[in-house]
Design a protein around this ligand. Structure first.
Ligand code: PEP
Ligand code: MG
Length: 577
């Protein structure tokens, strides 16, 4: 027996026969061509692109939905990206090389640029562009991209990695469980596996080498284990664990319709964060009290042209209609920093402290006004709130509000409907904004603390830099004091405080936020049910005295230890995992 550990991403447990799949590197034939052959190579390229496109269209028609559809659409856009294809054509014409070689060169160049990004999500996109390049090359050779992996019986698939196109092309009913040697939480294949509800473990490093075809394999997508050739004892332990897990899930589900109210009566709104329309069904199904953060960057990413007002309007309207009467807080674009969009000239030396979010919007009034108009128009169709990211001072806020008034004024003149009482808020994610919460709240209706950025700026620790990840400490005494300052100032003015950063979804951190007085927590849809249960199981007064203790401590080690102990006294492992 061998047990390999990795990251669990598709909850559940599966057992079955192993099917090993490892990629053979694609050997690209590199040929110099004569000038007279250029036309023929260009023709071959066009036909290969058309075939790749047709295959993607077929998969799209094949009952795709949600996240999978969004990923497939991004692949469709990439295959049709005029700059990408034009660069390949140019290489064929100028360097007189064959189409496969030119495709490889251009694709690798894009991959190198993406790999240099600070943003993990961007680095993960290298897999997608590599996948597209590979698909085109395979089509140049007349092969279909999925020819080498066919599943004709239910198996546990153990692969080195899987390209999104391969996962699209597989009969998913034959995948009982999935193990990938590589992966990455933000990778498209991880997102797809999560959406498919297949027990999955990624980053196992070795599983596809250790197991052999036909081995008895268990995928424990709860603990993140791949158990190869399991013995009796292991099977029994895993089965018991699975039963406990099912009972726990049933208990969480039963709480979906109940208010999240502490034992001593404080109602906490539990809302969802979404970043694509594909996530909406999760947010709807899991009993969320609305959308506390609708990130809108996805409209602008992985595409070569800016989205129109109409396209944005339709997207916002759909979310508002589906979530009504619950509210949806739409955040205006937070581009720049770690969310780079090609073509907008956002590359800079120190992007996280640079030209991002509201700073970008105030310099690009036309892009901002288009988004404001789309949001305002959509506000007539549901319960919308609008929120601005990265506000750092009052001058910036006033300028932003002036543009909002401009957009409203123009719509009024045109006789276009919008919600005249639309609530306006700002994120508190820059320390200077946190320190002037009272001044900010003179101008807006609400605030939502973006702890992801607030922590990175308060401790001066890049949230995406693995080397210093240990310094990213949400329970740092400095962070706790700053959060307390924000909550106290807002409550002093009779305003509620929301948190929409990752802290809200982590049980250990969420209880601290509640103890600090936070009124609303917004998180990824996967965490909603758990947080409901946690809030219903604690007393506000107990969380407050925990926070009183934390505020006397001088290090993160001490605050983290105190919270761990507090949680262990109250919850089992499954709940606080
Ligand atoms: C945050 O900074 O906490 C936040 C929610 O915004 P984003 O993660 O999109 O930067
Ligand atoms: Mg942020």
């Amino acid at each position: 027996m061998r047990i390999l550990t990795g990251l669990a991403i598709g909850e559940g447990i599966a057992r079955g026969k192993a099917k090993i799949y490892r990629h053979a590197p694609l050997v690209v034939e590199r040929k110099r061509i004569a000038k007279a052959q250029v036309k023929r190579e260009l023709g071959l390229l066009d036909r290969a692109v058309q075939r790749a496109l047709a295959a993607l269209e077929r998969q799209k028609a094949d009952q795709m939905e949600g996240e999978a559809l969004a990923i497939l659409e991004s692949h469709l856009l990439m295959v049709q990206d005029p700059t990408y294809i034009a660069s390949i054509r140019k290489l064929i014409e100028e360097r007189l090389i064959n189409a496969a070689w030119a495709t490889e060169e251009v694709t690798e160049e894009i991959i190198r640029t993406l790999e240099a990004s600070d943003d993990e999500a961007f680095r993960q996109r290298t897999v997608d562009i590599g996948d597209i390049g590979r698909t085109i090359v395979e089509n140049l050779y007349g092969k279909s991209a999925q020819s080498s992996l066919v599943l004709d019986e239910p198996v546990i698939l153990l692969a080195d990695t899987l390209l999104p196109s391969e996962l699209f092309g597989l009969d998913r009913s034959n995948i009982l469980g999935l193990s990938l040697d590589g992966g990455g939480l933000a990778s498209h294949v991880a997102i797809l596996a999560r959406g498919l509800d297949i027990p999955t473990v990624i980053e196992t490093q070795l599983a596809s080498h250790v197991a052999e075809d036909g081995d008895d394999v268990i995928i424990d997508g709860i603990r993140g284990e791949v158990i190869i050739r399991a013995d009796h004892q292991a099977v029994r332990t895993v089965t018991e664990r699975y039963e406990a897990y099912l009972a726990h899930e049933a208990e969480l589900l039963a709480g979906a319709g109940m208010e999240a109210r502490t034992g001593d009566g404080k109602r906490i709104l539990i809302q969802s964060n979404i970043q694509t329309l594909g996530e909406l069904p999760f947010a709807e199904a899991e009993g969320s009290d609305g959308i506390g953060l609708f990130r809108t960057e996805f409209f602008f990413m992985e595409r070569s042209a800016l989205p129109s007002e109409e396209e944005q309007f339709l997207g916002y309207k759909e979310v508002l209609e589906r979530v009504a009467p619950r509210s949806v807080t739409i955040r205006t674009i937070d581009l720049g920093g770690d969310k780079v969009v090609s073509g907008l000239n956002l590359e800079e030396e120190n992007p996280v402290l640079g030209f991002r979010a509201i700073r970008f919007c105030l310099e690009h009034e036309e892009i901002f006004l288009t988004q404001l108009r789309a949001i305002l128009r959509a506000s007539a169709f549901g319960n919308a709130k609008i929120m601005f990211p990265m506000i750092s001072g009052i001058g910036e806020l006033k300028e932003t509000l002036r543009l909002l008034e401009t957009a409203k004024g123009r719509l009024k003149e045109e006789g276009v409907d919008f919600d005249p009482d639309l609530q306006v808020g700002t994120m508190i994610e820059v320390p200077s904004a946190a320190l002037i919460t009272d001044l900010i709240l003179r101008h807006v209706d609400f605030i939502s603390i973006g702890t992801n950025d607030l922590i990175q700026y308060t401790i001066a620790v890049d949230r995406n830099n693995r080397k210093i990840a240990h310094l990213y400490q949400p329970l740092h005494p400095g962070v706790l004091r700053l959060l307390k300052h924000v909550v106290d100032r807002a409550h002093g003015m009779g305003k509620c405080v929301a948190v929409c950063g990752e802290m809200a979804s982590d049980p250990h951190h969420a209880v601290v936020l509640v103890g600090l007085g936070v009124d609303e927590l917004s998180m990824g849809p996967h965490a909603l049910l758990k947080l409901r249960k946690i809030i219903r199981s604690i007393d506000l007064s107990a969380a407050q005295s925990l926070v009183d203790d934390l505020l006397t401590m001088d290090s993160s080690e001490k605050t983290e230890q105190a919270v761990r102990e507090w949680m262990h006294e109250r919850f089992d492992d499954l709940t606080i995992r």
